[in-house]
Design a binder for this molecule. Structure first.
Ligand code: HAM
Length: 416
C-alpha cells in the first residue's frame, strides 16, 4: 500500500534532508532572537472559514469528529498563532517574536513543489507597527536561505504593498468584495493566461479601463503612493540587492493588510519558496485583541528541490562515532561491557550482534558511516589495550581499553 497522494514517507535518507533543513531554520531563528512555539494540528473549522480566504478553504482537509465538531487539519499556522497569542498576550513583552515548524495539510492540485502536506518554517512578529519589523523579517528570510549556501543569484525577494494597492483600487472605485476578488486574480497572474485574468476581472464588474490599469501596474508599473514600501526598501540597506519591488505580488490569503512579499527562485522555474507580510487585523478578528502582526512561511518542499538542484544538500551524517570490531568471539562479553560504558559516556557505538568475520565487520563499519573502528583483539586486550582506527585516514593507534580514555580520543579527534 502506498501513502496517500501528496503525502511523503520519510526514509532515513529523506529524513536526514528534512533534519538538515529544520536545523538551519532553528539556528537562524535563534540568531534573530525568535522563540519556538507549537499548536495543535487539528483545529475548529471556523478558524479558517472566515479569515484565510476562499482558496485555502477550498483546500481544507476537514471532517466532523465523533463529538459532532466541525474540524480541519491546519492548512497554515497563522490563524493558530493569532488564536494562541490573543488571550495570553499580556504575559509576553512586545514585540513578540515567535517561530514554529508545523506540518500543514492542504488538498492541493498535484504539481511540482506542491504536496498535500508540507512542513513550513513560520516566523512572526506581534505588537510592532514600525516597518523596521517588516525589514527584519525579510532579512531573516534572506539569511535563512543564505545559511543553506544559496546566493542572490539563486533567489529573489519580490516586495509589494497590499495597502498601497488597496488605496489605489479604492481611488478608482474598487472596494470591498470586488477588491478582494481583484487580489485573487492578480495573485494568479503568473500561473494563468492573461485572457483568463481579464475574464475574471470583468466578471467581478470591472471596466476595460480599470482592468487595463491593473494589468499595467502588475506588469511593472507602480501605484500612485506607497510610502511604507519605499521605507521598507530603504531599511533593507545592503540587503536590498536580494530584493525587487514587484506589484504582481499581492498574496492569495485574505488577511494581509500591508507590506507583502514572496521569495522565488531567480530562474522562475519553481513555485514560491516563501511568502508573508503584514496582517494587522487578524488578531482582532480571531481573538478580539487588537495587535499589529506580520510574518512569513517558508516550505520545505520547494526549498528542498532548489537545494538538490544546486547540489547544496550535504551527505547524510548518521552521527555514528565508532564501530566496535570484535576480533575474538571469546572477548564478546568484555566488548559489550566496554560498548555500554562508551554509550554511557555519550559516544554513538554500533557492533555486530553475532560472530562475524573481521573483514565483514570493517565493511559494516564503513557502510554505516562510523568515524572510527575500535578493534578488540586478543593481543591488545591482554595488555589492557584496544586499537582505534580512523576510517577516513586509515591511521590507527593502540590505546588503553577504558571508556574515559577512549572518549577523549574519539570526541576530540585530536590524535588521529
Ligand atoms: P503561503 O504562501 O500559503 O503562506 O505558504 C508559504 C510557503 O509554504 C509557500 O511559499 C511554499 O513554500 C509553502 N507551501 C504552501 N503550500 C504548499 C504545498 N501545498 N506544498 C508545499 N509547500 C507549500 C502561508 O501559509 C502564510 N500563513 C504564511 C505567513 C505566516 N504569513 C504570515 N505569517
Amino acid at each position: 500500500m502506498n501513502p496517500l497522494p501528496g503525502f511523503r514517507d520519510f526514509y532515513p535518507e529523506t529524513l536526514a534532508v528534512r533534519r538538515h533543513i529544520f536545523d538551519k531554520w532553528r539556528d537562524v531563528a535563534r540568531r534573530y532572537g525568535f522563540r519556538e512555539y507549537d499548536g495543535p494540528p487539528l483545529e475548529p473549522l471556523e478558524l479558517y472559514t472566515q479569515k484565510s480566504g476562499d482558496e485555502i478553504v477550498g483546500q481544507l482537509f476537514n471532517f466532523v469528529d465523533k463529538g459532532e465538531r466541525a474540524v480541519a487539519l491546519r492548512p497554515e499556522m497563522t490563524p493558530t498563532l493569532a488564536r494562541m497569542v490573543g488571550p495570553h498576550h499580556r504575559d509576553y513583552k512586545k514585540p513578540i517574536k515567535w517561530f514554529a515548524i508545523p506540518q500543514l495539510f492542504r488538498y492541493e492540485k498535484q504539481q511540482r513543489g506542491r504536496l498535500r502536506e508540507h512542513f513550513q518554517f513560520n516566523a512572526d512578529i506581534i505588537g510592532e507597527t514600525d516597518v523596521s519589523a517588516d525589514a527584519e523579517l525579510i532579512a531573516l528570510a534572506i539569511d535563512t536561505l543564505r545559511s543553506f549556501g544559496l546566493t542572490k543569484d539563486d533567489f529573489v525577494v519580490r516586495v509589494s504593498d497590499r495597502l498601497a494597492w488597496q488605496r489605489h483600487l479604492a481611488a478608482t472605485g474598487i472596494t470591498g468584495e470586488q477588491q478582494y476578488a481583484a487580489f485573487q486574480a492578480i495573485d494568479k497572474l503568473e500561473r494563468e493566461p492573461e485572457d483568463k485574468t481579464r475574464e475574471k476581472l470583468a466578471a467581478i464588474g470591472l471596466s476595460p479601463s480599470q482592468i487595463g490599469e491593473i494589468l499595467d501596474i502588475a506588469r511593472g508599473g507602480t501605484v500612485a503612493v506607497a510610502p511604507e514600501l519605499d521605507l521598507v526598501c530603504l531599511k533593507l540597506g545592503s540587503l536590498f540587492e536580494y530584493c525587487q519591488v514587484d506589484f504582481k505580488i499581492v498574496r492569495g490569503l485574505a488577511y494581509y493588510t500591508g507590506i507583502v512579499w514572496e521569495i522565488h527562485d531567480r530562474k522562475g522555474e519553481l513555485r514560491a519558496i516563501a511568502g508573508g507580510g503584514r496582517y494587522d487585523n487578524l488578531l482582532k478578528q480571531v481573538s478580539g485583541v487588537d495587535l499589529p502582526a506580520l510574518g512569513f512561511g517558508m516550505g520545505d518542499v520547494v526549498l528542498g528541490e532548489l537545494l538538490k538542484d544546486r547540489g547544496l544538500l550535504p551527505k547524510a551524517d548518521w552521527g555514528l562515532d565508532c564501530y566496535v570490531v570484535i576480533a575474538d568471539e571469546g572477548l564478546r562479553a568484555e566488548a559489550l561491557k566496554l560498548i555500554h560504558q562508551l554509550r554511557d559516556e555519550g559516544i554513538a557505538v554500533d557492533y555486530a550482534f553475532t560472530e562475524t568475520k573481521v573483514g565483514k565487520q570493517f565493511q559494516a563499519a564503513s557502510a554505516c558511516g562510523a568515524r572510527y573502528a575500535l578493534v578488540i583483539g586478543p593481543d591488545e586486550w591482554k595488555s589492557g589495550e584496544v586499537k582505534l582506527k580512523n576510517l577516513a585516514t586509515g591511521e590507527e593507534r593502540r590505546l588503553p581499553a577504558g571508556a574515559m580514555e577512549l572518549k577523549g580520543y574519539i570526541v576530540e579527534r585530536a590524535i588521529l
